[in-house]
Ligand binder design. Structure first.
Ligand SMILES: Nc1ncnc2c1ncn2[C@@H]1O[C@H](COP(=O)(O)OP(=O)(O)OP(=O)(O)O)[C@@H](O)[C@H]1O
Ligand SMILES: [Mg+2]
Length: 285
């Protein structure tokens, strides 16, 4: 196996008496979309900013592309792309001006017009930042994070506050970034987003990683139970069970019984259920 792109071991960070990150260890592999998921204040941004070299850990080691984010900050900046939570630009900066400004920061950049086209912003080249919609602003921030063709891109709560349609458009973009070979490290408190997008996730709460794995594995491990809900003879029946054959067995049993089925659906648990099971509360509670 190739070396991890990001390696974090025993990371701790406190602000005064607040322990924001408490002994976090994780690895992100090349070409992966890795998600750090957890509620408000869990320590996602702090972890991410330590990895980017923006904050100095109190304890632990971090390596990104084989570099130390503190010691090798300048070299690393050329190789990573960063989008910050709640980022802003001057109201009257134009889209092309922002791209131009960012281009000047890097020794090697992609064709800005091609990048804007790729992000669906070609018609907004001359628009002021303040006139962009929420989804367009986020797409601009993705463009700025990609201008130097980074090997790893960091996205902090990229779709928070967007409507479902704009969110889906951003998901497609992120999948496209990964398809081009870029490793993606993102944070979110949207479980659906993590489930759709991430190859692996780490669930973080109170600064600690409480579980890590592929969304499917986490669901299988912690919430294996499926439900079959069907309607026959005017009443609704719910059956719960586990295992690969559960749904097939229910279908066969119903068929054998000869009842007329007027409605049939299955329900599978999600990452949201896993979170609830592990923490005892919903992610937004
Ligand atoms: N600069 C700071 N000074 C003091 N405390 C901070 C600072 N930044 C974060 N914290 C605290 O550290 C903890 C973790 O914050 P962090 O921003 O990392 O969480 P988060 O998971 O990104 O939350 P959110 O989902 O709201 O973005 C919180 O208790 C927060 O109040
Ligand atoms: Mg945050």
């Amino acid at each position: 196996m190739t070396a991890p792109v990001i390696e974090v071991a025993n990371l701790r960070k406190r602000y005064g008496s607040t322990v924001a990150v408490d002994d976090v260890s994780l690895e992100v592999h090349p070409g992966e979309i890795f998600g750090l998921i957890g509620p408000n204040g869990a320590g996602k941004t702090t972890t991410m900013e330590c990895i980017q070299g923006l904050r100095k850990p109190d304890h632990g080691t971090i390596s990104v592309l084989g570099l130390d984010p503190q010691r090798d900050a300048t070299a690393l900046r050329q190789r990573i792309g960063v989008q910050h939570q709640e980022a802003h630009l001057q109201k009257r900066i134009k889209v092309w001006e922002a791209v131009d400004l960012w281009s000047a920061l890097y020794s090697r950049v992609v064709d800005p017009d091609a990048l804007l086209t790729r992000l669906g912003l070609e018609s907004k080249r001359n628009a002021w930042f303040m006139t962009l919609s929420g989804g367009q602003k986020q797409r601009l921030f993705i463009a700025l994070a990609l201008i130097h063709e980074p090997e790893v891109v960091f996205l902090d709560e990229l779709t928070t506050g967007l409507d479902p349609q704009a969110r889906r458009a951003i998901w497609t973009l992120i999948a496209d970034i990964r398809a081009r070979g870029t490793t993606v490290f993102l944070t979110t408190h949207l479980m659906e987003e993590a489930e759709r997008l991430c190859d692996r996730v780490a669930i973080i709460e109170h600064g600690r990683v409480i579980e890590m794995g592929t969304p499917a594995d986490l669901v299988r491990t912690h919430c294996p139970e499926q439900s079959v809900i069907y309607t026959s003879d005017g009443s609704t029946h719910t059956l719960r069970g586990e295992g690969d054959d559960f749904v097939t067995n229910v279908i066969n049993d119903i068929a054998r019984s000869g009842v007329r089925v007027r409605g049939f659906r299955t329900e599978s648990p999600t990452l949201e259920d896993v979170f609830l099971k592990l923490t005892g509360h919903g992610i937004r509670d």
